[in-house]
Write a protein that binds this ligand. Structure first.
Ligand code: SF4
Length: 420
């Protein structure tokens, strides 16, 4: 029986938070301990170990655990010495452990619509069947999707823990900045009440310091990847969202991005040329997290390489401790998912130009109105550059309707267009 099957059996036979921790631990450690291939960076091994440690802290000390949404200001959580874990990320990890089909089938029995994003459905089910320790509180922002408030409210009520919610405004004018700034101040006060502690200014400053270091290293990574020779597979950089989703503001997040940056710099200086892909691809939105060979097929068999991912864009300015709440508010509001689609399109344009992109792939995750609703405008923007655009419909978490052969055929067609 495979490791995945054993973990799966262990979890569903008798749901227990300790078991899911052990399951995540097995998977991450297995990755960390597998010998590095010729393409791997040492940082990637470190990545698995850091994630393992983070997950271990989260499960071992539930009195410090906080559930967050992907774009929540986790710096604030770290400033209180707590341990944030993004629920969307947890759904992705469950998918990678091949657990999603059972979880989603469970939500269907509870009449949750299959139209609803499977990230949300999977983590609601994880909370419902008790695979998670009850956190201190739940922290979410209204972006990127309308479903977040509803789903996080459900998790907060299932676990009887308070929800601290930031209502991200649609517009970015002065009134909106003040509105969110005030909410962040209130959120800090709510956390003080829930944890019966006082926010230490020095700890907040420290969290900002690490967040800024991580930001600056990620910016450099993105710049190094403009290099004519691809230095990293997109399959290895797409999971960066796990780092910035939970570890912005933590020493380990900063150190990890710096390690990636240094190794990539070295590769660049040494003229490293092991990745042979000729065509440069920009990947939009997310990827399927369950075991599949989509990205590997593109990057190791078809001869194209993902040199940039929308999800890893650095869209925010440095945090400024002199005006902490406004600074965090601006970080949230600069997100290209907040407001009209123009911001997202501008970001796509900038990346196509800076990374010399030959073609763009958008993965349209089932049920994600935020991303899929803009596909026509994205396609029009991409075709302004005279380069091909491929929209792949699918699901990032639910593998039940995944048909690999169909995807591979579409990717082959896309590759032909790239080579014309
Ligand atoms: S995939 Fe879309 S709907 Fe699902 S959590 Fe992300 S933004 Fe929200």
């Amino acid at each position: 029986m495979s490791l995945q099957s054993r973990v799966k059996r262990m979890l569903f036979d008798e749901p227990d938070p300790k078991k899911i921790m052990r399951g995540i631990g097995f998977i991450l450690l297995k990755t960390a301990l597998t010998p590095a291939g010729k393409f791997d960076l040492r940082a990637a091994k470190r990545f698995s170990l850091i994630l393992y440690n983070h997950a271990r802290r989260f499960f071992k000390y539930p009195q410090k655990a906080v559930f967050t949404s992907l774009f929540a200001p986790v710096e604030l959580v770290h400033a209180f010495g707590l341990c944030p874990f993004s629920l969307e990320m947890l759904a992705g990890i469950a998918a990678s452990m091949d657990l999603a089909p059972e979880l989603l089938a469970g939500t269907e029995k509870e009449w949750l619509s299959t139209d609803f994003c499977s990230f949300h459905r999977a983590y609601i089910e994880i909370a419902r069947i008790g695979l998670l320790p009850a956190p201190v509180f739940v922290l979410a922002t209204a972006h990127t999707c309308d479903g977040t408030y509803k789903s996080f409210s459900e998790v907060s009520s299932l676990m009887s823990r308070p929800l601290i919610f930031l209502d991200t405004p649609y517009h970015s004018d002065r009134v909106a900045v003040d509105y969110l700034t005030e909410q962040l101040k209130n959120a800090a006060e709510q956390i003080e009440k829930v944890t019966k502690t006082t926010l230490d200014r020095e700890k907040l400053e420290r969290a900002f310091f690490f967040s800024n270091r991580a930001r600056s290293a990620l910016l450099e990574i993105n710049e190094i990847r403009q290099n004519e020779r691809p230095l990293l597979f997109g399959e290895d950089s797409l999971p960066f969202l796990t780092i910035w989703g939970s570890l912005l503001g933590h020493r380990e997040g900063a150190a990890l991005f710096e390690r990636y940056r240094d190794e990539l710099k070295r590769r660049s200086e040494e003229g490293w040329s092991q990745i042979k892909g000729k065509k440069r691809v920009l990947w939009l939105h997310l990827k399927p997290f369950f075991p599949n060979r989509l990205l590997r097929y593109i990057e190791q068999e078809l001869g194209a390489v993902i040199v940039a991912e929308e999800i890893n864009s650095v869209y925010w300015d440095e945090l400024d401790i002199r005006s902490p709440w406004e600074s965090l508010a601006l970080k949230i509001m600069r997100n290209y998912w907040v407001g009209g689609i123009e911001k997202r399109l501008d970001n796509i344009r900038r990346t196509i130009e800076s990374h010399h992109i030959d073609g763009v792939i958008h993965f349209s995750h089932w049920g994600c109105r935020q991303s899929n609703g803009g596909v026509r405008l994205i396609r029009d923007t991409v075709t302004e550059y005279g380069i091909p655009f491929l929209n792949l419909d699918g699901d990032c978490v639910d593998e039940r309707s995944y048909s690999e052969a169909q995807y591979l055929t579409r990717l082959e067609g896309f590759m032909e267009l790239l080579e014309r």
